[in-house]
Design a protein around this ligand. Structure first.
Ligand code: 3PG
Length: 385
């Protein structure tokens, strides 16, 4: 694909699609990781003397309808603070947006525009009309074939990948295409069903697959262990068995249980053989954490998606904390991505110890599954034709 860093942006109208879909509460941004990840791209375009127009979605509003709770106003204000200058939020843009060289502005939530999610051609062309160069930099939304990610890339005079998108793709390729071995993946989270393709793809690839959270419970059940009232998908026990035959999936020998899902639930550590009928497994135990940390120490490539316990409650965070530290201490090429994983990375303060932290949630998982990201495919086809 063409790269933004290879193009002369001076005096050009540059439209950059970022993923500024960040959590907002009471009109303020509560986690700005995605905004900070986009900053180098935005600054580079400003410094190059471009007329910089940014666009993003926020949340999932009813398409085509303005709703204040989904306005990008808090994001524009936050970005303005980080850049040290005002970032205007533009609601009316169809007749063009007047900007001076080195100026920056943000279009209001693209999902307020009818046709955005359907990748509408007229809307895609309207975006394309705003620019001389379209920069796709929103890795987190690259799995969506929508007008602001895919359609606009088709019709813009020039379409290229921004530095953040390029870095994400490079890191993922390094981890997945020709990984240094041993290669270990950690897949946590609540359900096997939502991560089935990820588990199947990784089971074919990695040397060891560490499962955690509700996912591990289904594997424990598959190996004949009692899981009590734990979250467990009994209908997927057969699938779990098949995966265990394909790949080395070390299961926890000890677990931390509680009687109720609550912040104040009492935690009890026990052998995985001794889980009672009214127990719920909320974390892996210290012995298991130590064994898994050992595996991570030997690894040369680590892919991490999902916590191994209910780490938002401290008494059930020991396993995720121990594994976070093991990843931080390892000299493997490590990559972390997908929703909750970043919250764990933040909570245990290992952000600067992970080789690469992806801004993608769904996009990260789809890449790992080996799926084509439509917005990237469009950049490729533009570069080749
Ligand atoms: C995400 O948060 O995963 C991306 O911003 C995509 O959002 P979406 O799932 O609403 O398309």
């Amino acid at each position: 694909v063409k790269l933004m860093t290879d193009l002369d942006l001076a005096g050009k109208r540059v439209l950059i699609r970022e993923d500024l879909n960040v959590p907002v509460k009471d009109g303020a941004v509560t986690s700005d990781a995605r905004i900070r990840a986009a900053l180098p791209t935005i600054k580079a375009a400003i410094d190059a003397g471009a007329k910089v127009l940014l666009m993003s979605h926020l949340g999932r509003p009813t398409e085509g309808e303005y709703a204040e709770e989904f306005s990008l106003a808090p994001v524009a204000a936050h970005l303005g603070k980080l850049l040290g200058r005002d970032v205007a939020l533009i609601k009316e843009w169809r007749d063009g947006v007047e900007l001076a060289d080195g100026d920056v502005a943000l279009l209001e939530n693209v999902r307020f525009n009818p046709g955005e999610k359907k990748d509408d051609e007229a809307l895609s062309k309207a975006y394309a009309n705003l620019c001389d160069i379209f920069v796709m930099d929103a890795f987190g939304t690259a799995h969506r074939a929508q007008a602001s990610t895919h359609g606009v890339a088709r019709f813009a005079p020039v379409a290229c990948a921004g530095p953040l998108l390029a870095a994400e793709l490079d890191a993922l390729e390094k981890a997945l295409a020709e990984p240094a071995r041993p290669m270990v993946a950690i897949v946590g989270g609540s359900k096997v069903s939502t991560k089935l393709t990820v588990l199947e793809t990784l089971a074919d690839k990695v040397d060891q697959l560490i499962v955690g959270g509700g996912i591990a419970n289904t594997f424990l059940a598959a190996s004949g262990k009692p899981v009590g009232k734990s979250l467990c998908e009994h209908d997927l026990v057969g699938t779990a068995k098949a995966l265990m035959q394909k790949c080395d999936i070390p299961l926890p020998a000890d677990v931390v249980t509680g009687k109720e899902f609550s912040e104040s639930a009492a935690a009890e550590t026990k052998s995985a053989d001794e889980v009672a009928d009214d127990d719920m497994i909320f974390d892996i135990g210290p012995q298991s954490s130590a064994e898994l940390a050992e595996i991570l120490q030997q690894a040369k490539t680590i892919i991490w998606n999902g916590p191994v316990g209910v780490f938002e409650f401290d008494q059930f965070g020991g396993g995720t904390e121990r594994l976070s530290k093991a990843i931080a201490e390892s000299d493997a090429f490590s990559i972390a991505g997908g929703g909750d994983t970043l919250a764990a990375v933040d909570k245990y303060g290992i952000a600067d110890k992970v080789s690469y932290i992806s801004t993608g949630g769904g996009a990260f998982l789809e890449y790992v599954e080996g799926k084509t990201l439509p917005a990237v495919a469009m950049l490729e086809s533009r570069a080749n034709g």
